[in-house]
Ligand binder design. Structure first.
Ligand code: PRX
Length: 572
C-alpha cells in the first residue's frame, strides 16, 4: 500500500530551502571552513578534534561512551589529549609515518577512537576491521593493504595469522596481562605514559585517510581508499542531512568497521563539533530505547534492519521509555520500507529520513531533508552540489519513471580516490559522460525523487551489511565435503536478505543435518558470522556456464520460482 507523502517539518534547520540551495550552492563555500584554504595543508583529526579543543567548545562533551562495563565521557580537550597520546604511541613504538596502513581490529571502546584519530594525526591511512571478522577475512585485508601496524585485543589476535603477514611489523594490544617484545606492544600502558603534545602531520587534501574493504559480486573484497578531502562533504552533509546543531546529542548505531560508522560515527559529527554518543555491546531493543532516554539523544542515525527489529519487539516496550528528546531520525544501508516509516510516525511521531550512499561514495548523496516532503519508499533527492541521474548501459540519461542504473556525475568531494592496488577495478565504476555507476537500479519520478529498485549485480545486503557471494562461495569450497557452491540473497522480512547457499557435495558424502550445521560453522569461524549462510540446500549439480561460472541468476530463479531466462550459455 502506498503511503501518503509526509509534509515538510517547520523549524530552524540548517537547510531551509532545498531548491534554492541546490541551484546556487558551490563546494568552495564549504572548503573555506578548513585550514587548507589558508595554509594549503590539512588533517582530518585536527579539523574534527583539535580545532574545537582550541575554541569555546573545549569543555563541551565530544564523546559519551557506554557499554555493559563502561560509562565515560570525554570533552573535546580530553579527546585532543588522548588522540595526541595515541599518535605518539603509534609513532614511537610502531614507527608509523605518513601513508603507512594502520589497521584497527577491536570492539568499540574509547581507545578504538583514540587509535583511529591518533593514526590520522600521524598521516597514516586507517583500516578499520569489524570485530566479527574471522581469520580469512582478516588475512585478505591485511595482506592486500600490506598493513604495517595493527591495533587489536589479545582475544582478537587469535584471528590474525601474523606469520602470513610479512609486512606487519608491530601489533599493539589493548587489554590485560600482555607480554611485550619487539613486535607486541602494550597499547594502554604506553598510552598512559605518552605525552599529550603531538606535532600533527599536515597533509594534502588528496592524501590517504581511510581504507574500507567492501565486496563486489566477484573476487576478493576491494580496498576503497578515501582521502582527507572527503571532510568537505562529511561536514556539509552532517549540517544539511543530519541537521546537526550546537545543542544536539547525536547517536549513530553503526560500527566503525563499516563506512557509516566512520563517515557519520566519527567524522561528520566531530567536524561539526557535535556531542557524539557511542554505545558498545550487542543489540537489545530495551538498551536502545534506554540509550535514547538516558543520553537525551536528539538525532539518531540507524538502519532499516534495526528499525524492523525494534518494530518486531512491539510498541508496548516503547511506552516504558521517555523518548521525547528525539527530534530527527535517519536511516541508511538498505531500502527503508514504507511500513517502517509508518511505524516511526506511530511510535516516535517523527519521520524517518532515508539516505542513500555507498562505501565508494564516501558520504551521503541522495537524501530526505526536514524541509522537503517525504514520499515513503523513496530515497529522496540529491544533495546540493551533486548531480544524480538514471542512465542506460551506454551512459545515456533516461527520462523520469524509467528504470536504469543509478549514476552520479563524477567529482563530488567524498568520492573514493582509488581502489587499493587495483586501477582496473576503479575504472570499471565509470561510464561515458563521467558517470559513476552505483550498481543499484532505480528510477526518478517527475518531481526528482529517486526510488531504489534493487542491485544490478549479485551483491547481497543482509542486515544492512554488504556481502559478496564470491567470498562466501570461496570459503564454502574450502570445506572438504563440498565440491561446488553458489550463494544468493533470499528476500527476508526482517534482514532484507538472508544468505542462501546451494551446495553440491563430493562423491560419496552423505547429506545430513549435522553436515549443514558444520558447514555453517565453517563459514562463521572462517570468514565472519554475518557471512554464514542461514539456509543451505544440497543439489547434485549446480547450474554453470560453459566457462564454469556458477549461474547465480538461475539459483535465484529456482529459489523464487521465477522464470530462469536465457539459458543458452549454460553447460549441458
Ligand atoms: O544497494 C545499495 C544499498 O547499500 C549499497 C551500499 O552498501 P555499502 O557500501 O555497504 O554502504 C552502505 C552504507 C553507506 C548500495 O549500493 N543501500 C545503501 N543505502 C540505501 C541502499 N539501498 C536502498 N536504500 C538506501 N537508502
Amino acid at each position: 500500500m502506498k503511503l501518503e507523502a509526509l509534509p515538510v517539518i517547520k523549524g530552524d534547520f540548517n537547510l531551509q530551502n532545498y531548491e534554492e540551495t541546490y541551484n546556487t550552492f558551490d563546494w568552495q563555500e564549504t572548503e573555506k571552513n578548513f585550514t587548507w584554504s589558508e595554509t594549503g595543508k590539512v588533517n582530518m583529526a585536527y579539523e574534527a578534534i583539535d580545532r574545537h579543543a582550541e575554541s569555546d567548545r573545549k569543555d563541551k562533551i565530544a564523546l559519551y561512551y557506554k557499554d555493559p562495563e563502561r560509562n565515560e565521557k570525554y570533552t573535546f580537550k580530553d579527546m585532543k589529549d588522548y588522540t595526541n597520546k595515541a599518535a605518539n604511541v603509534l609513532k614511537t613504538y610502531g614507527n608509523v609515518s605518513k601513508g603507512d596502513r594502520v589497521f584497527v581490529f577491536m570492539p568499540r571502546s574509547p581507545e578504538l577512537y583514540f587509535a583511529v584519530l591518533g593514526a590520522i594525526k600521524t598521516g597514516a591511512i586507517v583500516g578499520p576491521l569489524f570485530e566479527a571478522f574471522m581469520e580469512g577475512a582478516v588475512r585478505d585485508r591485511l595482506q592486500d593493504s600490506e598493513a604495517k601496524v595493527l591495533v587489536t585485543t589479545p582475544e582478537l589476535l587469535k584471528r590474525v595469522p601474523v606469520d602470513e603477514l610479512p609486512a606487519l611489523k608491530t601489533v599493539f594490544l589493548v587489554g590485560e596481562g600482555i607480554k611485550e617484545d619487539e613486535k607486541y606492544i602494550n597499547f594502554l600502558e604506553k598510552l598512559n605514559q605518552a605525552s599529550d603534545q603531538f606535532e600533527i602531520e599536515w597533509v594534502d587534501r588528496t592524501d590517504g585517510l581511510i581504507l574500507h574493504y567492501t565486496s563486489g559480486s566477484t573476487g576478493k573484497p576491494k580496498g576503497v581508499l578515501h582521502v582527507h578531502n572527503a571532510m568537505i562533504q562529511h561536514y556539509q552533509t552532517a549540517k544539511w542531512v543530519l541537521d546537526l546543531q550546537e545543542e544536539d546529542i547525536y547517536w549513530c548505531t553503526a560500527d566503525p568497521g563499516w563506512i557509516t560508522g566512520t563517515s557519520y560515527g566519527i567524522f561528520g559529527p566531530w567536524l561539526t563539533g557535535t556531542t557524539n554518543v557511542i554505545v558498545g555491546g550487542r543489540f537489545k531493543p530495551d538498551n536502545w530505547y534506554e540509550t535514547i532516554q538516558d543520553f537525551g539523544i536528539t538525532v539518531w542515525y540507524s538502519a532499516p534492519t534495526a528499525f524492523r527489529m525494534l518494530m518486531g519487539a512491539g510498541d508496548e516496550i516503547v511506552k516504558k521509555f521517555d523518548l521525547s528528546s528525539l527530534r530527527h531520525i535517519l536511516s541508511v544501508g538498505e531500502p527503508l520500507n514504507p511500513e517502517v516509516v509508518r511505524w516511526g510516525m506511530k511510535v516516535f511521531n517523527l519521520r524517518i529520513h532515508d539516505t542513500w550512499w555507498m562505501t565508494e561514495t564516501g558520504a551521503q548523496l541522495i537524501c530526505n531533508y526536514p524541509c522537503l516532503e517525504i514520499k515513503p519508499g523513496s530515497m529522496g533527492k540529491p544533495i546540493p552540489g551533486v548531480e544524480a541521474a538514471i542512465v542506460d548501459n551506454q551512459g545515456n540519461v533516461l527520462p523520469p519513471n524509467r528504470m536504469g542504473n543509478l549514476a552520479i556525475k563524477k567529482g563530488w568531494p567524498a568520492m573514493m580516490h582509488s581502489i587499493w592496488n587495483n586501477p582496473e577495478k576503479y575504472e570499471s565504476y565509470f561510464m561515458p559522460g563521467d558517470w559513476y555507476v552505483s550498481g543499484d537500479s532505480a528510477y526518478m519520478d517527475e518531481e526528482g525523487y529517486f526510488w531504489f529498485q534493487g542491485r544490478v549485480d549479485d551483491v547481497i545486503m543482509t542486515s544492512g551489511e554488504r556481502v559478496g557471494p564470491f567470498e562466501v562461495e570461496s570459503k564454502l569450497i574450502e570445506h572438504p565435503a563440498i565440491a561446488e557452491a553458489g550463494v544468493i540473497g533470499k528476500p527476508d522480512p526482517v534482514r532484507g536478505e538472508i544468505i542462501k547457499a546451494f551446495v553440491a557435495l563430493r562423491e560419496g558424502i552423505e547429506q545430513t543435518d549435522e553436515l549443514v550445521e558444520e558447514i555453517r560453522q565453517f563459514v562463521k569461524t572462517g570468514l565472519s558470522a554475518h557471512a554464514a549462510p542461514r539456509e543451505i540446500e544440497f543439489r547434485d549439480k549446480l547450474p554453470k556456464t560453459r566457462s564454469g561460472k556458477i549461474m547465480r541468476r538461475v539459483l535465484k530463479a529456482w529459489e523464487l520460482d521465477l522464470p530462469t531466462g536465457d539459458l543458452s550459455t549454460m553447460e549441458d
